[in-house]
Design a protein around this ligand. Sequence first.
Ligand code: SDX
Length: 428
Amino acid sequence: MAEKAVLQVGDQSIELPIIEGVEGERAIDITSLRSETGLITYDPSMGNTGVCQSEITFIDGDKGILRYRGIPIEQFTQSPNFVEVVWLLIFGRLPKLDEITPFSELFTSNALLHEGLRLQYNDIPKDAPPMAILSATLNSLSYYHQELLSIEDSKSFMQAAARLLSKVRTMAAFAYRRSLGLPFIYPDPQLRYCANFLHMMFSQPYQQFEVTQEIEDALNLVFILHADHEQNCSTSTVRMVGSSQANLFASCAAGVCALWGPLHGGANVKVIEMLEGIHSGGIKPKECIRMAKDKEEGFRLYGFGHRVYKNFDPRARVLKEACDKVLAQLQVNDPLLDIARELEELALEDSYFVDRKLYPNVDFYSGIVLRALGIPTNMFTVCFSIGRMPGWIAQWKEQHDNPNSRIQRPRQVYMGPKENNYVPIHKR
Ligand code: SDX
């Protein structure tokens, strides 16, 4: 017999079904609440509200667990293969060899941008924020590939997904090249996914950038760790936009806009700016901890805290280890890593952080790895977008394929003026 919740309001008592997830998470199904009681619930930042049932990613915030289609993320770290994880997230299982090869070839054949779009970069201001360029150019896929605006079958879905996943790299690299006034480097069909992105970022017309296995593995790992994270702000945005049956390109472009915020994907930029400020300003990490605790200071310890993780973000653990490995392999000595470590140590001993269960999150160490790979700070959230693209697509598809999906339309509690009348301007 399914468990039920009993809601007593005045002399009315109703029973609401409780649904249970495969990992034991339980939810009160309130889909009948308003029709039965006239009441709605109130949960402004939706921290207590489930908006969907999903089979893609599982997070246990108390135990610091993150699994993609049931596989713990730690198991992808040995020989990280982002394209394989893309398939896993979108199609629900690991790909077979005869699937992954044509899938990779789809990325190769879709890496170029329409020449019209490439020429548009010439008119973009050189100091344009790369995330603004990315959301705009992703949206332009809605007019360059109008045949993929309505996705009626698996073939058109695959074509649309391949264009997003492949071209997002080219769009990002071209934004970087534009910002430096450098010639654009076209994708090289001989290179794998991550190597091709680094080639487009750092090669010169007269010299191919050498992508070592260490660098390629490190970027595969960074993208894998960012690939999906259940109903975070940007993914919820993609689902919200997609729930109106807006096309996949527009939905993912909206995801980029949500990810840009400094409380979300933009935090990886803020972390490095914070660490650089500490380093160049000679600020003691102890002073940072003090400022982070004093609300008057308006100082946030970026890269710390998480709405779901009330324990270590497992991605931060993996990235912290990757920092050591990658910096040693590349013979990079980054003083910001030492500062990050000291801040983490001080925070984890401080009751302000311990009591609020504020631990390092994915953004705290990711920037240090990206810096070691030569990626500039203003491109960090763009790299987060490339990593998160498969998650957005997988979650959009899960909703799109669900015949019971309806447009998302939350309610509100109105606190504005009571009814009153229009006053002509000469009487105001
Ligand atoms: C990502 O949702 C996801 O899954 C996101 C993400 C993903 O993969 O998609 O994991 C990626 O966005 C990671 C988070 C990156 N953001 C940051 O690092 C920004 C710094 N962190 C915070 O702004 C904050 O922790 C959030 C935004 C991450 C979470 O915000 P919540 O859940 O709304 O928590 P809150 O702001 O209500 O904080 C609770 C308390 C407050 O203090 P009190 O009012 O209780 O006294 O903790 C304090 C906050 O002031 N606090 C911090 C802090 N984070 C929270 N104090 C100092 N420094 C911080 N970083």
